[in-house]
Design a binder for this molecule. Sequence first.
Ligand code: SF4
Length: 346
Amino acid sequence: MKNEHPPLLSVQGLKKHFEIGEKQLLKAVDGIDFTVVEGETLGIVGESGCGKSTTGNLLINLLEKTEGKIILNGKDMDSLTKEEVRNSRADIQMIFQDPFSSLNPRMRVVDIIGEPLKTHTKMKKSEIQEEVFKLMDAVGLDRSYGKRYPHEFSGGQRQRIGIARAIALRPKLIICDEPVSALDVSIQAQVLNLLIELQKEFNLTFIFIAHGLPAVKYISDRIAVMYLGKIVEITTKDQLFERPMHPYTVSLVSAVPLPDPHRRDRERVILEGDIPSNVDIPSGCRFRTRCPYAEKKCELIEPELIEMEDGHFAACHFPLNGNTSNLLSGEEGMENHEGIFANETK
Ligand code: SF4
C-alpha cells in the first residue's frame, strides 16, 4: 500500500539491547524500521519475547533506546527542546494490558481520567470536571461511576477508564499494548469496537500490539510480524492473510484455532524447537532453527526486509509467494472470531 501522506511516525533502525551478566547483551529489539500514517492502525504481532511490547515502551519513552531514530510528525525526538519533549509526551499515550495495575487504586475515576488534563493543560477544575464527563460518555461509562474507585469495576470497565484517560489530551498516537488480552472474547469485542469508534470520532492513530491474531486482524489496517527482535514481514492485513511470504507468518496464521475442534482437515505448520534466546540469536536468518524451509544460505546470510510486492515487505531468502493454500485454513478460525467481534456492540 503506497501512501501519499507523510508518516505521522517513522521508526528507523530502532534497537534496545539490555546488558546482562558478564558482557552479554539481550537484544530485545534489534533494528526495526516502520512508519505509521495518520488515522491508520498498525498491528504488531509475535510470540512473547519478540520485542513488540519493548517497541511500545520505547515509543512512549518508558525505556531508553540503544540506537535508532523515532520521528514523530516530522520531528526527530532526540532533537526536541524540554518544552517540546513535554508536549510530545501528550502526543503519544498508552493503553495497557492490565488497566488495574496502571490505575491508582486510591484515586476516584474522575480524578484518574482528569489527571492528564490537570498536568498538561491550564483548564480550570470545573472545565476538567465537564471534560471528564464527556470522556466518560465517549467510552460508555455512566457519569455516576465517577466517584468510584478502580476495584469497584470489572476488567472491561477498567479498560474503558484507561482508554478515557489515554484520549483525554487528544493524542496523535496511542500505543495499545495487549489491551484486550486479559478480557474474555465478548468483552474483547466491545473494547475493540469502542476503539474503532473512538478512532473515527477523535481521528486517532493506533499501534495495536497483541499476540492474538484475530483481534489484530479485526482492528488493523497493516500488520507487522516480529520474531526475536526484528520485523520479519509487514504489509496490509489483507495481503498478510491472503499471501503471506514469511514462513513464520504462515505458522502464526495456521495456529489460529478452528471454530469446530473436531475438524482435522487442516495441515498446521507446527514449529520445531523452542524460540531461541534473545541473548544467543542464531546466525543468518534468526528464524532458521525453526523454519521448515531453511537451507544453507539461511545460516550464512541474514535476510533483509525487502519489498516483495507493492507495500509488502518480508525478510526471507525463499519467500512463499502465496504458495500456502493448504496451510491457511486458519483464516476460517479468524473469520469466526471476526463474526463474534462484529456482533458485539461497543
Ligand atoms: Fe526460513 Fe530461510 Fe526464509 Fe529464514 S530465510 S525464513 S530460514 S527460508
